[in-house]
Design a protein around this ligand. Sequence first.
Ligand code: ADP
Length: 453
Amino acid sequence: MFLRFVFFLLLQFLGAVAGALVFPEALRIRGALVGMLTAGLVWVLLDFSRGLKLLQWIRRDDFSSQPFRHGLWGELAERVRRLVRVREHQIEDSETRLHDFLSALQASPNGVVLLDAQARIEWFNQTAAGHFGLDSQRDLQQHFGNLVRDPTYAAYALEADFTHGVTLPGRQSTASRPVRLSVNLHPYGQGRLLLLSRDITMFEQAEAMRRDFVANVSHEIRTPLTVLSGFVETLQTLPLDATERARYLDLMAQQAERMQSLVSDLLMLSRLEGSPLPGEGEWHSVTSLTTQLEQEGRALSAVLNPPMTGPAQALHFEAALPVELSGMVSELYSALSNLVSNAVRYTPAGGEVRCGWIEHGDGRTEFYVQDSGPGIAFEHIPRLTERFYRVDRSRSRDTGGTGLGLAIVKHVAQRHGAELKIESTLGKGSRFAIIFPASRVRRIPQAVAAEAV
Ligand code: ADP
């Protein structure tokens, strides 16, 4: 600044000297004044042209080079350049932060839509696009209510009580595959709205299943309980002779047994759902499993088909393979015995039940139970493993069924990496099979040795 002042004074001095020399001697003072004035004008013009140059430089918006390096104008240019650079960094930072923020919203498993004060779409993530069928090319700046034409949403948005949400059908919802969305609006900023959507289809289905399950269990327990309390009342109020009393007590024992089987099947199912998967380290002989199954199957067949009621059932248990299965023995036995007991229970007297093991070429091993029972209509087959699903209700109840047997079989099979295969022809019979993966089957070491000899 000081130099600039000195330079100004020097220019004034030189202007005065030049003016004094140019003008005649009598007008020397006036000449000096004119010279000083001219020098001042030159100074102002020079400054004006520099100011213009600086302005043009700022307008060009390219701050890579500087028009002045030194002096007042140089400092001004440098300060402008620095200020612009700081602002550019700030904008870059804000953009990066905005980008990160939008990426986080994009990664959200929930749908996110940002609406302006007029409820027009400003931004949405991919999940919301899927939920509402939005297109980023087409639907930005559109009124959200015009795209989601749902009266429930319209009423919700109009009511403007955002303390609760609403449930809407998703864009891809069909009668056979319903999609349910929970939608919540949250006000933010100046009149803006944040819309969050969540797919609650699975949750609603699980909730419905839970309700059905509780209703089914209550129904299954209430029936024997009602019968039991009826008998208790009879025993308390009526004078019965010893034979009648014994008959009543027998019937009561049957109902109590029915409740016991139901509770034990329920416990089994909850254990199967809650316990860790069975390891592959424990091996169990298929022969001993088959012997146990045969004993139990024959005993059940004898109870259900007493000699006086008609011809007995023909039960064939083929010789077990010299193999071992790995897994939880109690679960394996429960699954296999459910299949045997179903075949025995649903096959009428005089019918035939055949059980055995088959080795597949790829190392898998199958346990099958084939019967000549009533068979199952095609449309029932996919639903047989649902809890409490019964095709023949009365036969199931009369023979002590709980409606949970095949649900247990399916769970056990899944836990052991095995597959449950059901084939049936109405009027001809059924074939149930569990196919164990090669990793869970091994030949008994002695048998391998014996074969080698
Ligand atoms: P339940 O205790 O009623 O036998 P399951 O889950 O074991 O329950 O079986 C479900 C239904 O499948 C049964 O109610 C029955 O109608 C049908 N079912 C199962 N096994 C057979 C079979 N071998 N023959 C005919 N129907 C069967």
